[in-house]
Design a protein around this ligand. Structure first.
Ligand code: CTP
Ligand code: CA
Length: 224
C-alpha cells in the first residue's frame, strides 16, 4: 500500500533500486548471508512507481512479491548484484543502493560440499573483499544522476553516517540504527537522511513506506 497523496513527480524518470541481502557462496549448499529482508528497498521501489517512475528493482535473496509495475531482476551474490546494477545504472536518473551487500566473499568456491572430518576442529574460510558497488557508481556518475546509499549502523550512527557519506561521495546517505530487534524484517524504520550539501533530515519512526516517501522527496528536489 502506498501513502495517499504521493505526488506524481517522478514521471519520465528511470530509477534503479537495489534491495535485500547478498549471499556469498561457500560450497553448493552453504553461503555467508546477512539479515536484510528487502522490505525497505521494496518500499522504495513501490513508492517510486506510485510517483510515476519507471523502476528497476535489483533484488538479492528476498522472499517478497514483485511490486506491481516494477521490473524485478533477481540476483544472489555481490558480484551478480554489481553486474545487474551496472547494466541498468548508466541509463538511470537515480540509483538507490538499499541492498545489504557483503563486504567480503569466500576466496574460493568449493565445488563439492565441504565434509566434516575427524581431523579438524576448526575450518578457516578465507575471505576477499568485494567491489564497492556504490563507490563505483559514483565514479561513473552521469551528468545530473542522483546516487543514494543506505547505512545500517549499530552505534555512533550519525558520526559513522557522516564519515561514510564523505567517503562514498554519493548525494544522499540514509542512516539507520540496527540491532537485535531493530529494522531487520520489521515493518517500521527510522533514520536520518544526510545530504552531501550538509543538510540533515530526521525521519521519525514510521512505516518503511513513509521513510521511502521522505527519501523520494529529497531525491526529487535534487532532480528538479
Ligand atoms: N555497498 C555497496 N557495495 C558494497 C558494500 C556496500 O554498494 N560492497 C553500499 C550499500 O548498498 C549501501 C552503502 O554502500 O548503500 C553503505 O553500505 P555499508 O555497509 O554501510 O558501508 P561500508 O562502506 O561497507 O562500510 P561498513 O560495512 O564497514 O560500515
Ligand atoms: Ca558494509
Amino acid at each position: 500500500r502506498v501513502l495517499a497523496g504521493d505526488p506524481r513527480d517522478l514521471v519520465g524518470r528511470h530509477v534503479v533500486v537495489s534491495a535485500g541481502g547478498t549471499r556469498e557462496p561457500i560450497d553448493p549448499v552453504r553461503f555467508i548471508g546477512n539479515r536484510s529482508s528487502g522490505l525497505q528497498g521494496y518500499a522504495l521501489a513501490r513508492v517510486a512507481a506510485a510517483r510515476g517512475a519507471k523502476v528497476t528493482l535489483v533484488a538479492a535473496n528476498t522472499a517478497l512479491p514483485d511490486p506491481a509495475g516494477v521490473s524485478v531482476v533477481r540476483v544472489g551474490s555481490a558480484l551478480e548484484m554489481r553486474e545487474a546494477v551496472q547494466s541498468v545504472a548508466a541509463a538511470a536518473d537515480v540509483v538507490v543502493m538499499a541492498a545489504a551487500v557483503a563486504d567480503f566473499r569466500p576466496s574460493v568456491f568449493q565445488g563439492s560440499k565441504i565434509k566434516k572430518t575427524d581431523k579438524n576442529e576448526t575450518l578457516p574460510i578465507e575471505l576477499v573483499k568485494n567491489p564497492d558497488i556504490l563507490a563505483e557508481l559514483v565514479t561513473r556518475r552521469t551528468p545530473g544522476q542522483v546516487i543514494v546509499g543506505f547505512a545500517a549502523e549499530t552505534d555512533d550512527v550519525l558520526d559513522h553516517g557522516r564519515a561514510k557519506l564523505a567517503r562514498k561521495g554519493c548525494d544522499l546517505l540514509v542512516v539507520n540504527q540496527v540491532g537485535e530487534n531493530l529494522t531487520f524484517g520489521a515493518p517500521d524504520n527510522a533514520g536520518v537522511i544526510l545530504a552531501a550539501t550538509g543538510a540533515e533530515r530526521e525521519i521519525p519512526r514510521g512505516s518503511k513506506d513513509q521513510l521511502a516517501s521522505a527519501v523520494w522527496d529529497e531525491i526529487a528536489a535534487l532532480l528538479a
